[in-house]
Ligand binder design. Structure first.
Ligand code: FA5
Length: 335
């Protein structure tokens, strides 16, 4: 029995196999255990001899098992080490570091520049009434200029997603009148537009508003030129173009030369070499009055700029649709 058991044990090469072997010989139903518990049935004089022999077998098998188990454990560990060894010469991996989204980065730069010029940040709401988004800004019902900004409506006929940050002008004026104002109002805007390389359905604007006595168009021009010089560098070409908004008179739009194509013309600048970044003008007397200021005493300027467009122009991004697709490859490349 001992020889047979030892020969079988020598064949076992895994922990599982040694367990099975233990059951066969030494376990509760094992052959050696059966031998020992059967002693009582032997004639009295044979019991000591057989008992001693059976105990020796048991001890020999137990010792052999322990040796075998240790050898197997060692072999298993060596095998594992071979597969899982640590190569200390492999260069470390750089952890991925978070960065600002290009919109956030541009927004921060813009805010810093205007704060230096004495503007404060004013938070206005994203969901507006028709009155604030249009009427108080001198767009009467049915006015054709409403179609310049395709609106997202809600089931409540009066509640809309704001199409621009200009309604914030009325909120700020009504809060501060008759004190002078110098604020910027950053935030999201929504328009039901065809999405293209230069236009999104959701985008950010920063509105600017200054109201006081004796504020002139030269002040507006000075502030915007100063902004453009700081944002894009002194050498960058910018131009003012006459325009129309119901809430400003006179109105202008400002373009920056398109760096994507080196002013040769591309789809971003609609092959003009210029990209429009903002609308601006002197606050219309009707709007001043709606905000609580007497247009005979007060004047002011306002502007509204697209933030993604600024990021596009500074970082050479060639499609606005990348901004909110959440593709980390874009974020890693441009941020
Ligand atoms: C306005 O929204 C006016 N409220 C701006 C204004 C404010 C004029 C105060 C006068 C006084 P406009 O629709 O042109 O104007 O948009 C202003 C800027 O927002 C654009 O120059 C552009 O940079 C950005 N913009 C407009 N629509 C989109 C769009 N769909 N996707 C991305 N940027 C846009």
């Amino acid at each position: 029995l001992q020889e047979k058991a030892l020969a079988e044990l020598a064949q076992a090469s895994t922990t599982e196999e040694t367990r099975a072997w233990y059951g066969e010989y030494l376990g509760r139903k094992g052959q050696v255990t059966a031998l020992l518990s059967g002693l009582g049935q032997l004639p009295r004089e044979e019991r000591p001899v057989v008992g001693k022999a059976a105990n020796q077998v048991k001890m020999a098998l137990e010792a052999a098992l322990q040796q075998r188990q240790e050898a197997i454990a060692l072999a298993e560990m060596e095998r594992a080490l071979e597969h899982e060894h640590v190569d200390v010469t492999v260069p470390g991996r750089r952890p991925v570091v978070g960065k600002y989204h290009p919109t956030t980065a541009a927004l921060r730069e813009i805010v810093d520049i205007f704060v230096q010029m004495g503007f404060q940040v004013y938070d206005a709401r994203e969901v507006e009434t028709d009155a604030y988004n249009f009427e108080l800004l001198n767009f009467p019902p049915g006015h054709p200029a409403r179609e310049m900004q395709d609106t997202f409506f809600t089931t409540n006929p009066d509640v809309i997603l704001r199409t621009h940050t200009s309604p914030g002008q009325i909120h700020a004026m009504r809060e501060y009148a008759p004190e002078p104002i110098r604020v910027i109002l950053p935030g999201k805007c929504y328009r039901n537009e065809d999405v293209t390389a230069r236009s999104e359905m959701m985008f950010y604007q920063v509105e600017g508003l200054a109201i006081g006595k004796n504020i002139t168009f030269s002040d507006l021009k000075g502030v915007l030129l100063n902004f453009a010089n700081q944002m894009y560098g002194e050498g960058r070409r910018i131009r003012f173009r006459k325009s129309y908004f119901p809430f400003t008179e006179p109105s202008v739009e400002v373009d920056v030369d398109c760096i994507l194509c080196g002013a040769q013309g591309c789809r971003m600048c609609k092959y003009t070499g210029w990209l429009e970044i903002l609308g601006a003008g002197m606050v219309h007397p009707v709007v001043l009055r709606n905000g609580g200021y007497d247009p005979a005493v007060f004047s002011g300027f306002a502007f509204g700029m697209g933030i993604e467009r600024q990021a596009i122009l500074k970082r050479g991004i060639d499609d606005i649709r990348y901004f909110y697709e959440n593709d980390v490859r874009f974020l890693e490349r441009v941020a």
